[in-house]
Design a protein around this ligand. Structure first.
Ligand code: RB5
Length: 145
């Protein structure tokens, strides 16, 4: 993990609830404070509520980065991306998790709990949190979003 990352936000709907618990434990074991925005059980909820909650928390600087999870990762990332300043990237592997930090300066990692396995999800989290934004021409492009 990047040495300066001390805390991270995490949120999920019911489809991502189990993976949220696994990732929270994984990060806690590395000494990172995990701020859990819910949901708090596998009872059915609406993914936009958690995508919006995450975006709002990032935008008031509760943490620099967040992780959102739903069944596919699609709905919750769409909701988060409705907010100015949010760049939520749906990733399925280490390459996309790394490139979205380097090129898009993504501040939220979105994962699909019904799409990828737990260990691939952990690898995505590591790649995302360990990779710096490259700036330069990528900043120019981000400014156009
Ligand atoms: C919930 O059943 C499911 O629709 C949700 O987790 C997500 O995959 C939506 O994009």
């Amino acid at each position: 993990m990047r040495l300066d990352i001390k805390k991270i936000l995490i949120a999920a709907d019911h489809g991502g609830y189990g993976l949220k618990s696994d990732i929270s434990q994984y990060l806690s074991n590395k000494g990172i404070e995990v701020i859990d925005l819910g949901c708090n059980s596998s009872d059915s909820v609406d993914y936009p509520d958690y995508g919006h909650k995450m975006a709002e928390a990032i935008n008031v600087n509760q943490a620099e980065f967040g992780i959102v999870i739903c069944g596919t990762g699609i709905g919750i990332s769409i909701a988060a991306n409705r907010h100015q300043g949010i760049r939520a990237a749906l990733c399925h592997d280490v390459t996309t998790a790394k490139l979205t930090r380097q090129h898009n300066d993504a501040n939220i990692l979105a994962l699909g709990a019904r799409i990828i396995g737990k260990n691939v999800a952990f690898d995505c989290v590591d790649a995302f949190l360990n990779t710096e934004f490259e700036g330069g021409r990528h900043q120019t492009r981000i400014n156009k979003i």
